[in-house]
Write a protein that binds this ligand. Structure first.
Ligand SMILES: [Zn+2]
Length: 256
């Protein structure tokens, strides 16, 4: 409301408000069904916000909305298929297929963070063992950074920066790269989108680390599709979530 007031945009020209939530949403794009990391379950986001805003609200999975933003406004403009992988609290993925967000049969939840890629017996927040998020998530990286006594806004970058002085940091990096590459290779082998973009903390890591992840992922991809694999940093930076919110309203109003 404050934003609308200060922007002086005529309210009648605002189609709606897109809310990108960190979890699966219902088919009507009105409710958040489950966010394990926040312990949120079945939250009627649109019903809560619409009376407060006086505008239609569209609720979408946060990373899927980022994938839509990239095909509408970013480097993926015009592509038929695009995958987006986002690292923040957890590791999420979103997919665009035939130019539209792919919601799938079970509310479009693509739980890349809960692919079991490791033989480790570490328990994940989801209840399973060996999930990608037990190595690549804010929680896992915070634990590793505390052990190494490093700090920073981007923990992956901070750990990378001390790898020459501390062999334990190098081990953490090796493990993150291996797990992430395995997850990305599985994503490519199953879905093979034209372009995969990495965002959040993964969009702001040093290029040599990024290239290492891509090289290992590429090596693990099935040979016939290996050459066509394209993995790049998100082109919309820190604004991708906000643009995703706008993109899903346009999607619901014009493109669906
Ligand atoms: Zn898990």
């Amino acid at each position: 409301m404050q934003l609308l007031d200060t922007s002086e945009i005529d309210r009648r020209r605002v189609l709606g408000v897109g809310v990108a939530v960190p979890g699966a949403v219902d088919a009507g794009k009105r409710r958040l069904l489950l966010t394990i990391n926040l312990s949120w379950r079945d939250v009627p986001v649109a019903d809560i916000m619409e009376p407060l805003l006086g505008l239609p609200v569209v609720v979408e999975h946060n990373v899927r909305s980022m994938a839509v933003a990239e095909v509408r406004f970013g480097i993926g403009r015009g592509l038929e298929s695009l995958g987006f992988v986002y690292l923040r609290t957890g590791l999420g993925a979103g997919l665009v297929v035939e130019g539209h967000p792919f919601s799938g049969g079970v509310h479009g939840a693509i739980e890349i963070g809960h692919l079991q890629v490791l033989d480790a017996d570490q328990r994940c927040v989801c209840g399973n063992k060996g999930c990608l998020e037990t190595v690549v998530s804010d929680r896992a990286l915070s634990r590793a950074a505390a052990d190494l006594d490093v700090n920073g806004e981007n923990l992956l970058r901070a750990i990378w920066d001390v790898r020459d002085e501390d062999p334990r940091a190098e081990l953490v990096i090796d493990r993150v790269v291996a797990a992430l590459a395995q997850g990305l290779a599985t994503f490519v082998n199953l879905l093979n989108p034209e372009l995969i973009l990495l965002g959040g903390a993964l969009g702001a890591i040093p290029r040599p680390l990024f290239d290492q992840i891509v090289a290992q992922a590429r090596a693990a991809v099935f040979p016939v599709i290996r050459e066509s694999v394209q993995i790049e940093p998100s082109s919309l930076g820190g604004d991708v979530g906000m643009l995703g919110g706008a993109a899903v309203v346009l999607e619901a109003t014009f493109y669906s």
